[in-house]
Ligand binder design. Structure first.
Ligand SMILES: C[S@@+](CC[C@H](N)C(=O)[O-])C[C@H]1O[C@@H](n2cnc3c(N)ncnc32)[C@H](O)[C@@H]1O
Length: 405
């Protein structure tokens, strides 16, 4: 039986609260959406109970734009506090499944609750999952990992290569969500077998990410892609061509510099992961020149701006930020990537700067994600901020120089 009625919001949230806090009743709860004019801390939250060695816990998985974060809260005060914190967030929708019913709550503009309750045809068992390992996009035993020497003959990731595997997985998650979103929003065409998506990996090195992307997108996602890897090293081309042959992957590897390579037809997606120093600027400038629809660039070291701010007088009152070497380096990283993001915005890209891999795995964990939206470039305030910042610090970003040229 289904009924939809408008009810006072607080009363209804309280009703859901008691369902969520009962481990014998809750199957799963999901919070999502947003209330008018408000932005919750999380894009989505999922709640369910899990039986751990330490007893039953409420497992809450929260999602921001790029990542999922899972926490387990012991039943009692800890789970109550965690649930109350989520109920305080301005989510626009709650969905609570219990053993016998399904409850939907939608918050109206007037901050009332439209409640919709459905009885289950038959009660379901409240199955408590265990602490399941994170689902992998490419399993450990995928041939790509064996051929690249990341897994052993039995298809298990070698202990010494765990961080590379995690990096590949995190990268695939970002690539996947960025491509799917760009296709859904019409910023990127949906590829076909006849016309695969043209992706280039600039500064591909041993091309772990190129091969993993090919395997995942073409093999798992059924989004045909044709990958090209570019690296200045001949050894990289030789190694990668033989890996491609072994895997039966149709990919091309070119020896050349990122700034100098010419590709025809132009790539639609540009990847540049940890290309050294200003090679990231070369990659971004090439992406702009090619009119690439999607760019994912994880910068590496940032020597150029660091050297410039060492030489130029520090604008007042920022001397305390440049006095210590380590802080000066971090400031240079931030300045470099902030200026890159602004310059890409001025070129008609929507840009966000996201965390690529968790910071305990590598300090090089920032990624610039740029999507060419085709909308008009509203650059007035971005340009002004950019001009003021470079003038104040007396710096000349490499990307600006390349784009001007
Ligand atoms: C740190 S490695 C990263 C490799 C790979 N992208 C990854 O994330 O595993 C940087 C690679 O970029 C290449 N590289 C650096 N500057 C380059 C340039 N200007 N043109 C072409 N390749 C470049 C280097 O040869 C090296 O293989």
């Amino acid at each position: 039986m289904a009924q939809a009625t408008t009810q006072p919001l607080l009363r209804e949230l309280n009703r859901l609260r008691s369902l969520i806090l009962d481990p014998d009743v809750l199957v799963k709860a999901v919070a999502s959406g947003r209330q008018k004019g408000e932005v919750p801390t999380w894009r989505r939250a999922e709640l369910r109970y899990v039986d751990l060695k330490a007893g039953t816990h409420l497992q809450i998985t929260t999602y921001d734009q790029t990542q999922a974060f899972t926490e387990n809260h012991a039943v009692g005060d800890a789970s109550r506090d965690a649930v109350d914190a989520l109920l305080d967030e301005p989510f626009g929708d709650w969905h609570v499944d219990t053993a016998t019913q399904s409850h939907g709550l939608k918050v109206t503009k007037k901050l009332e609750a439209i409640v919709h309750t459905t009885d289950r045809a038959a009660p379901v068992e409240v199955a408590r999952g265990h602490d399941k390992p994170k689902e992998r996009l490419l399993p450990e035993n995928d041939p790509v990992f064996l051929v690249l020497g990341i897994s052993d003959d039995e298809g298990r990731i070698k202990p010494s290569r765990q961080s590379k595997y995690r990096q590949v997985e995190e990268f695939l998650r970002l690539l996947d969500s960025s491509i799917i979103e760009a296709i859904d929003k019409g910023h990127l065409r949906r590829p076909t077998l006849e016309e695969p998506l043209r992706i280039v990996d600039l500064g591909c090195g041993n091309a772990y990410l190129t091969f993993a992307a090919e395997r995942y997108l073409t093999g798992v996602r059924k989004l045909p892609v044709r990958l090209t890897g570019v690296d200045v090293k001949e050894q990289s081309r030789e190694h990668n061509s033989s890996v491609a042959a072994e895997l039966g992957v149709d990919a091309e590897f070119v020896v050349g510099t990122i700034g100098g390579v010419s590709l025809d037809p132009a790539p639609e997606v540009v990847l540049a992961l940890h290309a050294c120093d200003t090679a990231t600027d070369e990659a971004l400038a090439q992406a702009v020149g090619w009119g690439a629809q999607l760019v994912l660039a994880a910068p590496c070291c940032h020597h150029d701006i660091a050297a410039q701010i060492r030489k130029a007088p520090t604008p007042s009152p920022y001397a305390m930020l440049t006095r210590h070497g380590i802080l000066r380096e971090r400031l240079a990283d931030t300045l470099t990537d902030g200026l890159r993001a602004s310059l890409m915005r001025l070129q008609g890209y929507r840009v966000d700067v996201v965390q690529f891999v968790e910071s305990q795995h590598t300090p090089r964990n920032t990624m610039l994600r740029a999507v060419r939206t085709g909308g008009p470039v509203k650059g007035g305030s971005v340009r002004k901020e950019y001009d003021e910042l470079v003038a104040a610090w007396g710096i000349h970003p490499k990307l600006a120089e390349l784009l001007d040229a």
